[in-house]
Design a protein around this ligand. Structure first.
Ligand code: ASP
Length: 339
């Protein structure tokens, strides 16, 4: 039986080709993808293409587009076996993270991919990413989807979407998940590490919860930073604070006063690390005790992309019971390690 995959093309380098006269990149009509890559017809799955009317550079993708994608998957969930989203690489980790929180109780694959070189380029990485992405999006065993989560497929690696970060603007191998193992590797054979895959903890049916709030701010501290700027934060409801190492910050009276005054205004403070590998351990050093004192939330080993989108999803979300801190501290869909 041929599995059905819905391919959603949003934009990015992958859908571009070079105009060899002018040398500049231009979007090509993705409806013609079967002409460009006739090999797609050889795949053992049936592909339907849904291109965005106006292909977007991924720096133009945000909450509105995440909702459009989530709702479109929701509308088509029962009619397809898997979903492949073609996306610009710059913000793919944000979209993958946001979708992982919005698409609840997935039992089908939602794979994102893109490329570093346009599909029309001689040395392109687009073809492999697209073809193998389709393979993972249609991979079933005993009538059950092998991947039941939002994943990123890029340069021979299948990765958990909400653990990814784009670490290279240069290499084909552009994504990593420093705090989680690779889900699958494609070489001569296409492998999957089954023990690492996410499985729902409930038997509740799939649904879309597209709640996203934008009252979230992200700050990275640095030695010599003027804490006065914190007082200028306009009524932000969640501050994601990226601090040093395993959770340290300059240990001054002023730090204490400034962060406490934010808490007194009911601002939630989520603490994450500037290190891409490892995470926050409150209490390990004296210079992290302040966070415990003011009731900040530890982001543990979450990525900044995931922390920001998780905060956006949870803040003022009427579909959750419990406090923001309680919900943020949970591992909702594999985005954070459990202590
Ligand atoms: N600027 C492009 C984007 O993110 C880069 C890419 O697709 O690789 O849309």
């Amino acid at each position: 039986m041929k599995r059905k995959v819905l391919l959603i093309y949003t934009g990015g380098t992958i859908g571009m080709e070079k105009d060899y006269e002018t040398g500049s990149l231009q979007a090509f009509d993705f409806g013609n993808i079967f002409k460009k890559i006739p090999e797609m017809k050889l795949l053992e799955c049936e592909v339907s293409v849904h291109p965005f009317k106006k292909p977007l550079d991924s720096s133009d993708m945000g909450p509105e587009e995440w909702k459009i994608i989530a709702n479109y998957i929701g509308k088509n969930y029962d009619n397809y076996d898997g979903f492949l989203i073609l996306h610009g690489t710059d913000t793919m980790s944000y979209t993958a993270s946001a979708l992982s929180f919005m698409l609840k109780n997935l039992t089908k694959p939602v794979i994102l991919t893109g490329s570093q070189l346009p599909i029309g380029d001689l040395r392109t990485d687009a073809k492999e990413n697209l073809l193998t992405g389709l393979y993972y999006a249609s991979l079933y065993e005993n009538d059950e989807a092998v991947i039941q989560e939002v994943a990123v497929y890029f340069e021979y690696k299948l990765l958990r979407g909400n653990r990814t970060l784009k670490y290279s603007a240069e290499f084909f191998d552009a994504y990593q998940t420093p705090n989680y193992p690779v889900l699958g590797q494609s070489g001569v054979h296409l492998n999957v590490s089954k023990d690492c895959l996410w499985r729902n903890k409930t038997s509740e049916p799939f649904r879309v919860d597209n709640h996203i709030s934008q009252d979230v701010l992200f700050w990275r501290i640095f030695p010599g930073m003027h804490l006065n700027h914190f007082n200028e934060i306009p009524n932000v409801k969640v501050l994601v604070l990226q601090v040093f190492g395993s959770g340290t910050i300059f240990n001054t009276e002023k730090t204490q006063r400034t962060l406490q005054s934010l808490r007194d205004q009911d601002t939630e403070i989520v603490v994450i690390s500037q290190c891409v590998s490892g995470g926050i351990r409150f209490g390990k050093y004296t210079n992290s005790n302040i966070f415990k004192k003011i009731g900040a939330i530890s982001g543990n080993d979450i990525t900044s992309e995931s922390a920001i989108t998780k905060a956006m999803h949870l803040l003022d979300n009427p579909n959750y019971t419990g406090t923001f801190a309680e919900n943020f501290s949970k591992n909702l869909c594999g985005e954070v390690s459990e202590n």
